[in-house]
Design a protein around this ligand. Structure first.
Ligand SMILES: [Zn+2]
Length: 60
């Protein structure tokens, strides 16, 4: 298997779907579910970076 194994940055469970990510000052964090992502956001508000890609697609 050449799959890159990634574990949830909150709870440490294997990440099966790469859909729950956050940009932070320390790099991109990955989570196993929406719940873990939400909790990390609450605990690390100061570390989060704005998502540039979303801004572009909004076409303000
Ligand atoms: Zn998790």
């Amino acid at each position: 298997m050449t799959d890159i194994k990634k574990i949830c940055d909150l709870c440490g469970l294997p990440v099966e779907v790469f859909a729950f990510t956050l940009k932070t000052k320390e790099g991109v964090k990955m989570f196993c579910c929406e719940g873990c992502k939400g909790i990390f956001q609450l605990l690390n508000e100061d570390e989060l970076l704005p998502d540039d890609d979303q801004d572009k697609s909004l076409n303000k």
